[in-house]
Design a protein around this ligand. Structure first.
Ligand code: CNA
Length: 242
């Protein structure tokens, strides 16, 4: 039987015409991709360097080989399938209710599920560019290359860098602008699967002027006091009931 909170969420969705979903790594854990900060997340596993350091611009520049070792081992979602949350969100977009997904994820799973309007705040493993000549390369090329991926253009020996936002790097201004615009217009904002600790992404919630803010997360977040409805359950449990 559905509990009161799920019934409440369904009511809010039914009564809204302009929904925006803002998500993080928790949206993809049920597809098998670990998040950062859960107890079995990447930040709680042991590596030669802390993952926060590996995923920084300076580490990328100074320890490129080590960066790609970690990146290829931990960020490869080429074979990963979308889960019930990704699929239901794509359905809501088709129905015209959901206007956009704003995601901190880089795994491309929303697009695999069929979603069209997806703003990727931290980039995507599916966009890769030579740092010297700008030539675009596929994710398959990057993940299947030996060691550091080198540009395929003849006589170019540039490093192919994934267009994912590393610590110390700026977010794409255009993506931020579009995200702000769509959040300002939303009547329902569903924030889910994110610890809301990564700035400036989490600051986007401040632009919401609509009626209802829903937070769905296994753990508490520092934004809980602002929410009209908080559901502390796994996203799969919630979305299979919608
Ligand atoms: P985070 O800080 O790891 O937080 C994830 C949150 O999700 C935690 O609060 C968990 O409690 C919660 N959570 C985990 N699984 C579930 C679930 N099944 N149902 C409900 N809640 C769940 O991750 P954030 O997204 O907040 O941090 C932003 C970082 C993580 C971004 O820069 C991402 O690029 C980065 N990241 C992305 C991926 C990906 O693309 N799939 C994977 C790991 C990290």
């Amino acid at each position: 039987m559905r509990d009161g909170k799920i019934k409440n969420l369904i009511k809010l969705i039914n009564n809204s015409e302009n929904i925006v979903f803002f998500g993080g790594a928790g949206v993809s854990t049920e597809s098998g991709i670990p998040d950062f900060r859960s107890k079995d997340g990447l930040y709680n596993q042991k590596y030669k360097y802390p993952p926060e350091q590996i995923l920084s611009h300076s580490f990328f520049m100074n320890n490129t080989e080590e960066f790609f070792k970690f990146y290829k081992e931990k960020m490869n979602s080429l074979e990963v399938k979308p889960n019930i949350t990704h699929l239901k969100l794509a359905e809501l977009e088709k129905q015209g209710k959901l206007k956009a997904i704003i995601t901190q994820n880089i795994d491309g799973l929303h697009q695999k599920a069929g979603s069209k309007v997806v703003y990727e705040l931290h980039g995507s493993i599916f966009r890769n560019r030579c740092m010297k000549c700008g030539r675009v390369h596929t994710a398959e090329y990057v993940f299947n290359s030996e060691g550091v991926p080198i540009c395929q253009r003849i006589r170019c020996d540039g490093i192919v860098k994934p267009e994912v936002t590393l610590y110390e790097e700026l977010l794409d201004g255009e993506v931020i602008g579009k995200s702000v615009d769509i959040i300002e217009k939303a009547d329902l904002l569903i924030v889910a699967g994110t610890s809301l600790t990564v700035y400036p992404a989490s600051g986007l919630i401040n632009y919401f002027r609509g009626k209802n803010l829903v937070l769905i997360n296994k753990d508490e977040t520092s934004f809980d006091s602002r929410a009209d409805l908080i559901i502390n359950q796994s996203l799969g449990e919630v979305f299979k009931q919608l």
